[in-house]
Every structure is written in C-alpha cells, then in structure tokens.
Ligand binder design. Structure first.
Ligand SMILES: O=C(O)CCC(=O)C(=O)O
Length: 290
C-alpha cells in the first residue's frame, strides 16, 4: 500500500484554491479490488454482515438513471475499510484542517455509470451544523481514469472563502446541477465561477475543503466513473444536540449518547490519526479479521 504525504506546495494550493489534486493515493491493484466489492455492495451483499448507514441505490430496485451511492461502506466491507481507515489519509486531512487529528464522519461509495444523472453542487459543511467544529476535509479517490465529459467531480476554485449556504434542494439527479452554486456565486459578487473538473489517473484524486462548492454533471462519456470518498472531521469534533435535526444529523444523531455527553464515539466515527498517536486501537484488528 502507498504511504501518502502532502508536499508543501500541495498544502499551499489547497489553502489558495479550496482543493488540490494529487496522484497515487492508491495503486491499480487496490482500485481493482475495491471496484470488485462495489459490484457486490450494490447488489446488497455486505462482507461484514453490516448494512452501511445509507444504502441509496440497489440493483433491481433503484432508479438506474441515478448515481449509485452508499455511505459508510467501511462498515459493510473490509476491502473498502482498508482504504477509508488509512492513517496517512487522516494525517493529510488533519494537516489541511489545522486539526490535532482526524476522524471519519462518513465515506461515500460512488458509481456513476454511462448516462447517469448529475449530483447537485453543494458545500459539505452546509449539512453539518450538528457538529462542532463544523469543518470537514475530504479525500476523493478515483477508481477509474477520469475525464471532463464522463461525470467526474467538479470543484469551484476559491469557493471555500464564500459564505456558507443552505443545503441544496435536490442532491441526486437535479435538472440543473449548478443552480445553487451559481446563485451563491452571484450573491458573492463572483461573475464567472471557475469550475475545475477533477481529471486524474485511476488512483489519484483530490482533497477539498468543506466549504468548497462541488458536484458532478451527468456521465456523458463512454465509461463508468467510480470513486471512494473519505470525509474527515477534527478528532476533537463533538455533537451539537440542539442542531441534531439539521442536515445529515437525523441520520448520524443515532450515535449520540443520551447522557448529555456530546463526545463522538470512535466505534462509529473512527480516529484515523492524531499528533499524539491516538488512532482508534481497534482498526487494525477490524481490518485483519476479514
Ligand atoms: O463525486 C461526486 O460527484 C461528488 C462527491 C461529493 O459530493 C463529495 O465528495 O463530497
């Protein structure tokens, strides 16, 4: 497995643009192994026996024109977990976030076959005001070579410095996937938003800031686009109980303690890396028990 480290230049680019593209997050063999698991997961076969938190698409049941998505695939499959729970990815996210460490909020297992519809452009942090600090850094990993016409993710340069907007009206398959982003740009006085497609080789990808507007167009290319996204919070993030009904809180608030302690349990929000070595100790045995 590769061990990934950001260069100073990549860190600088991230702070300037709100994202940075990187190569070689995973090798070809790992990408192929993960894609083989995608086939199974979207048929409802979960290697650990656990159904991930959000199974938004299943073969034979769901709308074939929509992008296939599962959230927290790491709970259902240890091949996916091997990449999602990587210490070096946590360290990179913590570095970019200026945090003492990083924990998983959620992963995204994404598969956009030829012809499938867009994912609406949004800011990740618009869904997270039930977490303090409301900050997220995400690592998006391409499992296929990507191209601008084949529904790759698109990021809006500099939009991490725009105001925080509300969650968008329609995430899956909207008619106009840039609508809310363009409204936000106009409110910000930005005439022509600089939309940058993530065009990378398989195994490469990007890191983006939780305020950076992003989403993807329909897949108008000739091959599928699959990716795995690791969304990290600060290792010190806590629940904000008064906001639990907002954004994705109703889904993930089920992991909140009932005794008023707002701590996030690392069984559900694993700690990948901290500066003082507090990675969740169970991760290695979890990965080794497959
Ligand atoms: O891959 C995409 O099209 C969008 C992914 C996304 O929304 C994210 O990584 O936060």
């Amino acid at each position: 497995m590769n061990t990934f480290e950001l260069t100073d230049c990549e860190i600088e680019t991230f702070h300037r643009d709100g994202f940075v593209f990187v190569d070689n997050l995973i090798d070809d063999e790992t990408a192929e192994r993960i894609k083989a698991r995608y086939e199974r997961m979207f048929r409802g076969e979960f290697e650990t026996g656990i159904r991930p938190d959000e199974v938004n698409w299943q073969e034979g049941v769901s709308d074939p024109s929509l992008t296939r998505q599962i959230c927290n695939g790491w709970k259902g499959d240890r091949t996916v977990a091997e990449t999602v729970l990587r210490e070096d990815i946590g360290r990179a996210c913590a570095t970019l976030g200026g945090w003492p460490g990083a924990r998983i909020k959620v992963d995204n297992v994404l598969w956009k076959p030829v012809g499938t519809r867009p994912l609406g452009m949004h800011q990740d942090c618009a869904y997270l005001d039930w977490i303090d600090p409301n900050e997220m850094i995400s690592c998006w990993i391409a499992l296929d070579d990507t191209s601008a016409d084949a529904g790759t993710m698109e990021l809006v340069r500099g939009s991490h410095k725009w105001s925080r907007a509300a969650p968008i009206e329609q995430f899956h398959g909207p008619e106009d996937y840039t609508k809310e982003m363009r409204e936000a740009a106009a409110a910000q006085g930005v005439g022509e938003p600089d939309v940058v497609p993530v065009v990378v080789r398989k195994g490469g990808g990007s890191f983006h800031h939780g305020n950076t507007w992003h989403g993807s167009n329909a897949n108008l290319g000739g091959s599928a686009r699959r990716s795995l996204v690791v969304h990290c919070l600060s290792s010190e993030a806590c629940f904000v109980p008064r906001n639990i009904a907002h954004g994705t809180g109703p889904m993930y608030g089920r992991y909140m303690r009932h005794d008023g302690n707002a701590v996030m349990d690392d069984n559900y929000f694993p700690i990948l890396w901290t500066a003082d070595g507090a990675r969740s100790p169970w991760i290695d045995s979890y990965l080794g028990s497959g």
